[in-house]
Write a protein of this length. Structure first.
Length: 714
């Protein structure tokens, strides 16, 4: 959308769209210059939506992924405003010289001033008249109304005193007002462009060409010629064009611009690679799996764009104020004129200047920019660090969270079982290494995660693992095989397999009763004897303890939810520093547990993997989904952590607090500016042209304050 100048413009378009047949919802964002519309395509089309917006007096066109660079549009708009400002300034300077430097009050001087000011008023300032016309047509008023009325009062009165009645001219007031307003629009476009740099950076990451293997030859093709299934070649220093899986070769890939992780990721055959990341070292080939809008980068851009185009609930306050603001200001300006002219016995000129100053200083631009600019910067900052925030509402909710519930497996722990210890039956002379080797040899044919953990531990110690014969797997119990060299049965499993093979179970039962370990106990049975067991447990993520500590430091209650038994869950929670544990909770019952916490008065954030925990994520006040691989389109969470790093939970909540703090600062200063500026202008203490400059600078200051978010540490 083009042509929006303030929050009232956005509200006007929003209301027009909402009243159109077939439109279910519409959100218009003046900062990103976009409208997000949900509609029934059986009742209205894209062209129909564009027509509604144009009927309201604004330019519009459908937004597409390939041209969604708002920063580029802001730069173009800024360049246009700069040209208009320079032209306006060139025309205004002679007026100032004639009226305020040499003070030439001759008729010829007035004619020259009228002509120059007329070009500024009706050519450069023509937009304000068009805006006022469409606002009146839509039965509303906006910034254009205030500027057009204020400058028209100054210009037409001066015109009257030039040709019809005696009196002072102040063409310079009208010309300077428009010049300063255009200056403000130019500066605003520049800083708004900086606010949206996150999208610009992300779009800049896209590769322009790809090297594809076709008919046995490597050829370079444009990105839009790549298709799913293509084999692509990437050499050192080159960008990876699209998402895919490595088929051949090895490389170190810099994924920092997508995930925020500075250490290059090692990639080999079978590993996934992400489009727009950089191959730092090594040659490899990969198969294209996702292209165009399906790539991870495209999904991230979509996340950021949706968030930046959304409204936080706090924006409703600004929208409400803006809706009543302009009519109230017009009324106050008229009151100022009447009081000055009839009660204070001031001159008509002084009364008119007070009227003009009040009209111009009170434009609600700063209030309208207070929320969206902070959201743009906040969500962009998050995206650069691998924290994807879906909406302004998510930011506002995150700030109010006072309890964080963590799913254990895959969130606080790695979700991959590992061998933690090996215990030998003292009645037998078997070294731990022999126990591990026998266990791995019987488990090597199994695909069960616990069996794979045993095999991985043995391979880590470089143990030779010859397979046993007659392998069999008993679901829920364990695995069995035959040691051919000794014709003996070897079994590995839980207590039930001990009973199944009829082994001497006395020691095993005693160990179960007195178990001091946390995790699964896999007993190794050699013929009829239990010769030892392997302890397997999920490993706590190294960063999880620090994340819990930081959340508690921020005053948040931390809770762990797990399907593990009470003893195991408590032990892991104690290791992490978590005091509150919900153990033995089935996946389908997690949402109910979250609801209980909410009923107790807590504002709950649920952190999970976005798949198994989807119901709980949806039930929580705020769902935070851990990213997995290249798939960031997780619908259940309002916040997605691309790096799958639990410390980003802390950063996400800090970012929400920082962003909401900026929004409140912006609103406070915008309201203070108007609360102070209107009386100052009404009492005649501020020249009208400087009121215009103050109005322009208020908008710029709000955007600059939002930009300071980028400097804050997470």
């Amino acid at each position: 959308i083009s042509g929006m100048h303030c929050a009232n413009c956005a509200l006007t378009i929003e209301n027009k769209l909402k009243s159109a047949a077939g439109v279910k919802s519409a959100v218009v964002n003046s900062a990103t210059e976009k409208a997000t519309v949900e509609y029934d395509d059986q009742e209205i089309s894209d062209e129909g939506i564009v027509s509604v917006i144009r009927d309201a007096g604004y330019g519009a066109m459908p937004s597409k992924f390939e041209d969604n660079d708002s920063g580029k549009r802001q730069k173009m708009a800024g360049n246009a405003e700069r040209r208009l400002f320079v032209l306006s300034l060139v025309l205004t300077i002679p007026i100032l010289v004639l009226s305020m430097v040499i003070r030439d009050e001759s008729f010829q001087s007035k004619i020259i001033q009228a002509l120059l000011a007329g070009i500024v008023q009706f050519y450069i300032g023509g937009r304000f008249y068009r805006g006022m016309y469409y606002a009146a047509k839509n039965k509303t008023a906006n910034m254009d109304t205030l500027v057009a009325l204020g400058t028209s009062a100054a210009y037409f009165y001066s015109l009257a005193t030039t040709f019809l009645i005696p009196g002072q001219v102040f063409y310079e007031t009208a010309a300077l007002l428009i010049t300063f307003v255009i200056l403000g629009k130019w500066l605003e476009a520049r800083v708004k462009g900086k606010a949206g740099e996150a999208i610009k950076k992300l779009l800049g990451l896209q590769a322009k060409f790809a090297r594809v293997v076709r008919d046995g030859k490597e050829i370079e093709v444009p990105m839009n010629n790549v298709v799913v299934g293509d084999i692509l070649v990437v050499k050192p220093g080159e960008k990876i064009p699209v998402d895919g899986v490595v088929t051949e070769g090895f490389a170190s890939v810099d994924e920092s611009m997508v995930t925020g992780e500075s250490i290059p990721a090692e990639k080999k055959a079978g590993d996934h690679v992400v489009g727009a990341t950089i191959n730092k070292n090594g040659n490899f080939q990969f198969k294209a799996l996702k292209i165009g809008q399906d790539t991870m980068l495209a999904q991230i851009i979509k996340f950021v764009e949706n968030a930046q185009g959304s409204k936080a609930p706090i924006q409703k306050f600004a929208d409400t104020v803006s809706g009543y603001f302009v009519p109230t200001v017009v009324a106050l300006a008229l009151v100022a004129f009447i009081v000055w002219y009839f009660l204070v016995a001031g001159t008509f000129v002084a009364s008119l200047l007070a009227f003009t100053a009040v009209m111009v200083i009170a434009c609600p631009c700063a209030l309208g920019l207070a929320t969206p600019t902070a959201i743009i910067v906040g969500t962009g900052k998050g995206a650069e660090r691998g924290i994807l925030i879906k909406s302004g509402e998510a930011l506002e909710v995150a700030e109010k969270i006072n309890a964080v519930v963590f799913d254990k497996t895959g969130t606080l722990t790695k979700g991959q079982p590992v061998v933690k210890n090996i215990v030998v039956n003292p009645a037998f002379d078997f070294p731990k290494e022999k126990i591990l080797k026998l266990a791995a040899r019987v488990a090597i044919n199994s695909t069960h995660p616990l069996s794979q953990a045993v095999v991985a531990a043995a391979k880590k110690q470089n143990l030779e693992l010859e397979k046993f014969g007659n392998f069999s797997e008993i679901p829920g119990e364990g695995v069995m095989a035959t040691c051919t060299e000794h014709a003996r049965t070897i079994a590995l499993g839980n207590s039930r397999i001990v009973e199944r093979v009829g082994a001497n179970a006395a020691w095993a039962k005693a160990e179960i009763a007195n178990n001091q370990y946390i995790g699964a106990m896999l007993f190794l049975i050699h013929h009829d004897d239990v010769i030892g067991y392997v302890i397997i447990a999920d490993e706590v993520k190294p960063e999880a303890k620090a994340a819990v500590f930081d959340l508690k430091k921020m005053g948040l209650q931390t809770i762990m939810i797990s399907g593990d038994n009470q003893r195991t869950a408590l032990a892991i929670a104690q290791e992490l520093g978590i005091n509150d544990v919900l153990a033995e909770v089935l996946p389908e019952s997690k949402a109910a547990e979250v609801k209980k916490l909410q009923d107790s008065g807590l504002k709950v954030a649920m952190v999970g993997d976005g798949i198994n925990d989807a119901p709980a994520l949806a039930a929580a006040d705020l769902g935070i989904a851990m990213g997995r691989g290249t798939d960031v389109a997780i619908e259940a969470g309002e916040i997605v952590l691309v790096k799958n790093d639990v410390t980003d939970v802390v950063k996400a909540i800090k970012l929400s607090r920082q962003t909401m703090g900026k929004i409140r600062q912006n609103m406070f200063w915008a309201l203070v500016y108007n609360s102070v500026g209107i009386p100052v202008a009404a009492f005649g203490l501020l020249r009208a042209e400087f009121a215009g400059l103050a109005m322009a600078m208020s908008s710029v200051s709000v955007v600059l304050n939002s930009l300071l978010l980028r400097r804050k540490k997470l």
